[in-house]
Design a protein around this ligand. Structure first.
Ligand SMILES: [Zn+2]
Length: 224
């Protein structure tokens, strides 16, 4: 297998530290049909080549179960601009001190109460649950803001994967080849490599900071 393909499989496979649910089969690439794939449960990369990796045909056969209904070229430079607009997430408040950074210590002796305000020992005075909340690719993106591609909104992690895949394959365009209006996978292609992505689940709180459709419309206007 080409070194580039191996790099892609390593990018998409579930990293052990992100495996909250014991899905060990995702921690390694696998083969199905006449292809090789890797997944982190939110996205799948499919390489059009057979390999020696474990065959998981029976559990992953549906990955290829779609028929192309689109052909929209997405320039890598737009992905790079769009990801800069996704705000960086703020870690949630510490539950012990409710974000106040200090807690009250009580000491009682013979009906007398001694109280002292001290640094919260749980968050060590940061007031936050985690000092730096890391998501899948090590960036702390806001969870409810993404980038709109077609009718779905994708998180920063998914956009990073598309950008990194372009870099690995040395190609400047990702093509969206499949999407439906319902909350289901979108399929992107970079040459013969397929990337299946799940959007952020639709919710009233979800917003987007950049829209591919708007970008393409603006480009068209400039050309005229
Ligand atoms: Zn605290």
């Amino acid at each position: 297998m080409k070194d580039q393909y191996q790099q892609l499989l390593d990018l998409f496979k579930l990293k052990e530290e992100n495996d909250k649910y014991g899905r060990t089969w995702m921690q390694s690439p696998f083969s199905f049909q006449d292809k090789t794939a890797a997944t982190n449960a939110y996205s799948v990369v499919i390489i059009p080549e057979k390999s020696e990796y474990q065959n998981l045909d029976s559990t992953t056969y549906f990955f290829s179960d779609y028929s192309q209904n689109l052909w929209i070229d997405i320039p890598l430079r737009w992905l790079r601009e769009a990801i800069k607009k996704i705000p960086i997430g703020f870690p949630p408040a510490c539950e012990a001190c409710e974000g106040l950074k200090t807690v009250n210590y009580h000491f009682q002796y013979e009906y007398k109460v001694f109280e002292e305000k001290k640094e919260c020992p749980i968050c060590e005075g940061s007031g936050r649950k985690d000092r730096y909340q890391r998501t899948y690719h090590g960036k702390a993106f806001s969870e409810n803001v993404g980038v709109k591609i077609g009718s779905h909104i994708f998180s920063g992690d998914r956009i990073i994967e598309l950008i990194e895949s372009c870099k690995i394959l040395n190609i400047n365009t990702v093509t969206m080849v499949y999407q439906t209006k319902r909350y289901k996978k979108t399929v992107f292609k970079i040459n013969e490599v397929e990337i299946l992505c799940m959007p952020i689940p639709p919710d009233d709180d979800i917003t987007f900071c950049d829209d591919l459709g708007q970008y393409l419309r603006d480009e068209l206007k400039e050309e005229k």
